[in-house]
Design a protein around this ligand. Structure first.
Ligand code: 8GT
Length: 128
């Protein structure tokens, strides 16, 4: 199973939501920025991926419950979310089509990648 970390980045009561580009797999789906774990800890992976994708540094607040999802027989992922805040603030979109800051009550309206849906629900229920 592929381990994937992702960041729920909070700022002023809003959360950063990113949209995959039409050229990525799961085209145009919304996700939390992050990516596949290499030979590193989940925390190291998260910080590396956020720097690569958004050009910013994050401080990790806490790890939230993971969600395992099978997109197909050959593609099973364990998505590992972390609540974070920004340490540097100039976001540059290096891979995603767009990024938006949304208040908690609005994030459920987006067309999320399937693996993210339980994570979004858990986050809304526990942090509203
Ligand atoms: N980063 C990220 N990936 C997610 C989320 N939800 C989800 O299903 N994924 C899936 O997890 C996998 C790993 O993410 P990735 O961003 O490193 O993968 P990728 O396919 O874009 O990169 P690649 O070019 O290295 O293959 C992707 O297949 C992606 O579709 C999420 O919230 N964040």
């Amino acid at each position: 199973m592929l381990k994937v970390t992702c960041a729920i980045i909070e700022n002023n009561g809003k959360v950063l939501c990113t949209q995959r580009s039409s050229k990525m797999d799961l085209p145009n789906k919304w996700e939390f920025p992050g990516g596949k774990m290499k030979d590193e800890t989940a925390e190291e992976c998260l910080k590396r991926e956020i720097k690569e994708e958004l050009g910013v540094e994050v401080k990790i607040l806490e790890q939230l419950p993971s969600n395992e999802h099978s997109y197909s027989n050959s593609k099973k992922i364990k998505l590992i979310p972390f609540r974070c805040i920004l340490k540097t603030f100039e976001i540059t979109l290096l891979e995603h089509a767009q990024a938006i800051w949304l208040p908690l009550e609005k994030i459920e309206c987006l067309d999320w990648a399937k693996a993210d849906i339980p994570i979004v629900k858990h986050y809304i229920e526990n942090y509203k």
